[in-house]
Every structure is written in structure tokens, then in C-alpha cells.
Design a binder for this molecule. Structure first.
Ligand code: HAM
Length: 432
């Protein structure tokens, strides 16, 4: 039997992982400029945390959960997304307390789990970078958070993407619109897909999200939720739009856009890539406002706004757009050592260099000089130090700067006492 990773998962190997580190680091720097702090919650939660937040009738809950009973007979699920766990943590740790800055802003990165049909840009274990801001009802929060997501993609060097927004209003809006949608769809019921017929009973808004071709035709002519916004919901949405206009942020409004998660109220948004070759999985980032969720999970009424970015998709888009990301890593010194007699001295040299705060490696396989130099090249070493039997006898070591090919012999004591000086001498001369 050969062992293979589970379907819909990936091994992220060295060579590729540098790209992940880069996109994570870019997010960390940008999000902390916006005063977000990192939060880490468990990979698994009591299933009620997710069902209560995401919604009992959502695809995620009905079809995609990795849930199981643990040995204590607790019903557990791997987290399918980050918002519900963060809200659970916000409530459980009383992060709404007076000792915390408001709004309370956190970001997270990590794996999420959904039992979906795997395809390009869609996995069963995938990774998100997400943010959640608690405690602001101000439409400016909606706008600055969406702008942060846009800024992230710009910083990564992407250029082909666009922002789409909509409003799902407040409970009053939803109730009115739900009825309007039922009135519109019921006469068409027999012509709808089986899934949509079921959705019409359970959660009619979901019909708008149908991928079925025929459903889509009917959806195109469906009443618009924007015509049903309650007065406060309309005011909020108008302000969001006015602020985006004032800041000259391009956006589209899609009144048929709904989300696969039940907790949203008011503003929702997606950022899609226009790069070629991505197929249907072109949503890079999705999120919105959730003003009821904190109370739903037992906390005080607290508005929230957040988004999550799919990291696998970000990497696919960067590749599709031809953006080069840093992959090679830097090595200050490689110690070529020839013959077993110098084994101990090579160990001392490489350890001294590391203790001096430089990155260093050496051959440990007793390879021929050619093979060792090849490795030094592949590792992109700045300096190559060569130690053979004759050098050891004379207490010297050969130092070569790879960029300039300049070579000198220095006493081993120089390396031991002040490798930094040797490094400076060799690299400074490069520019001259
Ligand atoms: P979501 O739309 O379910 O929202 O996921 C956000 C993003 O995660 C998607 O736009 C996509 O880029 C990525 N994603 C989702 N499923 C997969 C998958 N199976 N494979 C690869 N990438 C995937 C949420 O998760 C919300 N928690 C977002 C949010 C945060 N709303 C408020 N705060």
C-alpha cells in the first residue's frame, strides 16, 4: 500500500513555503498598521458554535462539516471558517470589557476545513487570512476594512481584481424582502432546480446564489433587496457608497449577491480576480457586517465587520498575473571541508559563524570538492570558506566571495574571534 494525503489537501513544501511566508508577512505588516492584533483559536469547536453562527440550512453546515464525536461524546467539528470561532472567543473571554480598546480588532491565519468537491482553488483543507473588528457601527469601518483588503492585494503586486458590494439590510429588511422573493419565486417553483425548490422553503435568499443555469435566468429578474432596505439599512448603505465614492474606490453593486453564511447584516462584499485561467474560484476575499452574531453567541449586542482571504487563491492569482515572489533564501557562509581530518575543525568553524549571528552551513557527507561547491552555489552562499588538510596544518582557511570571486587566506583565529570583520572585509570590497 502506498500512503497518500487525503483528497483536497496539500503538502506545502520548501520552495513553495517561502511564498506563503511572504503573503502572510505582508498581511501581518499591513493589518498591524491598521491596529489589528493576532488571535489564535482552536482548529476545532463544539459544533453548536458553527451551526448557530453559519446557519443550520447553509451548505457548510448541511454538507461540508468535518464533525465527529470525541471520546467524551462531545459533538465536535473542525472549523470551516474563522468568524464564528473568533466571536465565540470574543464572548467567552469578555473582550468587550472596559479594559479593551474599541473597536476590538483581530486578525488570524490558518487552516479551515470544508468537505467540498476539490478543484483548482477549492480544497478541503484550505487557508485563510481573516480579520474581525468588533464594536463599530460606523459605515467608515466597512469602508476602511474593505480598503485594507484592496491595499493587501495591491501590495502583493496584483492588478486585476475588483470589488463588489451589496447590502443584506437588517432583520426588518430581510423579512420584507424574503416575502417579496417568495411571492416572485413561488409561481416559478416547478421550473426551479431541485436544490432551489428546497431552498425556497428553507431560506429563499439562497436561491439567489444558485449556480444552476436555469435558476440564474429567474434570479436575474428577481426583485432587488436594495428596494426593500429599511430606513436605517438604506442610510447605512448610502453612506458606505458615498464614502467609497469620496475616496475614489472603484466598486460594483450586485443586488443579487448573497453569502453562503447566515450571520451577515448590512454591507457584504467580495473581491474577485479578473486574471485568466482561474475558473469559477475567482473570489479572493469575502466578508461583511454581522451586527447580531455576538449577541447570538451570548455576548452583549456588539456590531462586527470582517473578511477572509483564501490564501491558495491568492497564490494562484499571483502566478496567473506573473508576479514574482521571493523564493530563494540567503546563506552568509558555506564551509567546504575536505577529508575526515578536518571534520571537527569544520564543525567549530560553522558553529562560530552561527554564534556570531550569521547564517551558515557545511558539508557533512564528506563529498568531493566539486559537489560541495555546487551545493554552496545552489544555496546562494555569499562566502565560501574552504578547509583542507594543508589549511588545517597551517592554521589558515580560504575565504571566497562568490559575487566577486575574490579570494583570501585568513588565520582560523580571525574566524573564531571576529567573523563579522572578515565578512565585512569580503563583502565591502564587492562594491569597489
Ligand atoms: P467565505 O466566503 O466562506 O467567508 O470564505 C472566504 C474566502 O475563503 C473565499 O472567498 C475563498 O477565497 C476562500 N475559501 C473558501 N472556501 C474555500 C475552499 N474550499 N478552498 C479554498 N479557498 C476557500 C468566510 O469564511 C467568512 N468567515 C468571512 C468573514 C470574516 N466574514 C466576516 N468576517
Amino acid at each position: 500500500m502506498s500512503y497518500q494525503r487525503p483528497k483536497g489537501t496539500a503538502d506545502l513544501l520548501p520552495g513553495e513555503i517561502e511564498k506563503w511566508q511572504f503573503i502572510e508577512e505582508t498581511a501581518r505588516l499591513l493589518f498591524s498598521d491598521y491596529q489589528y492584533q493576532e488571535i489564535r483559536t482552536p482548529m476545532f469547536e463544539h459544533i453548536e458554535v458553527i451551526t448557530r453562527s453559519v446557519g443550520d440550512t447553509s451548505d457548510i453546515v448541511t454538507k461540508e462539516m468535518y464533525d465527529f464525536y470525541d471520546k467524551g461524546n462531545r459533538h465536535i467539528t473542525l472549523r470551516p471558517e474563522g468568524t464564528a470561532p473568533v466571536v465565540r472567543s470574543f464572548v467567552e473571554n469578555k473582550l468587550f470589557g472596559p479594559e479593551y480598546t474599541k473597536p476590538y480588532k483581530v486578525y488570524y491565519t490558518g487552516p479551515m476545513f470544508r468537505y467540498e468537491r476539490p478543484q483548482k482553488g477549492r480544497l478541503r483543507q484550505f487557508h485563510q487570512i481573516g480579520v474581525e473588528a468588533f464594536g463599530s457601527e460606523n459605515p467608515a469601518t466597512d469602508v476602511e476594512t474593505m480598503m485594507m483588503a484592496l491595499a493587501y492585494f495591491e501590495q502583493l503586486g496584483m492588478s486585476e481584481f475588483h470589488l463588489v458590494i451589496n447590502s443584506l439590510g437588517d432583520p426588518e429588511t430581510r423579512q420584507n424582502y424574503r416575502q417579496a422573493l417568495i411571492d416572485y419565486l413561488t409561481p416559478l417553483k416547478d421550473e426551479l432546480s431541485e436544490d432551489s425548490q428546497r431552498r425556497l422553503n428553507e431560506n429563499p435568499l439562497r436561491v439567489l446564489d444558485s449556480k444552476d443555469k436555469r435558476d440564474k435566468q429567474f434570479v436575474a429578474d428577481a426583485p432587488s433587496i436594495l428596494d426593500y432596505l429599511s430606513e436605517p439599512a438604506k442610510k447605512h448603505f448610502d453612506e458606505v457608497v458615498a464614502m467609497l465614492d469620496a475616496l475614489e474606490v472603484p466598486y460594483q453593486i450586485d443586488s443579487n449577491m448573497v453569502r453562503g453564511l447566515d450571520y451577515y447584516t448590512h454591507t457584504i462584499f467580495e473581491i474577485m480576480s479578473d486574471a485568466k485561467g482561474l475558473g469559477a474560484q475567482n473570489t479572493l476575499c469575502a466578508g461583511g457586517r454581522y451586527n447580531q452574531l455576538v449577541a447570538e453567541l451570548g455576548g452583549p449586542e456588539t456590531p462586527g465587520f470582517g473578511f477572509a482571504i483564501g490564501m491558495e487563491r491568492v497564490l494562484l492569482v499571483l502566478e496567473a498575473e506573473g508576479v514574482e515572489l521571493p523564493t530563494s533564501h540567503q546563506l552568509d557562509a558555506y564551509v567546504v571541508n575536505l577529508g575526515e581530518v578536518v571534520n571537527l575543525e569544520a564543525l567549530k568553524v560553522v558553529q562560530k559563524i552561527r554564534q556570531a549571528g550569521f547564517s551558515a552551513d557545511r558539508d557533512v557527507l564528506n563529498r568531493k570538492a566539486k559537489g560541495q561547491f555546487k551545493t554552496a552555489d545552489r544555496l546562494n552562499a555569499t562566502l565560501v570558506l574552504t578547509l583542507g588538510e594543508s589549511e588545517l596544518e597551517s592554521g589558515m582557511i580560504n575565504v571566497k566571495a562568490m559575487a566577486t570571486r575574490k579570494e583570501i587566506q585568513v588565520p582560523l583565529t580571525a574566524i573564531y574571534e571576529d567573523f563579522g570583520a572578515v565578512y565585512d572585509q569580503m563583502t565591502k570590497e564587492e562594491g569597489e
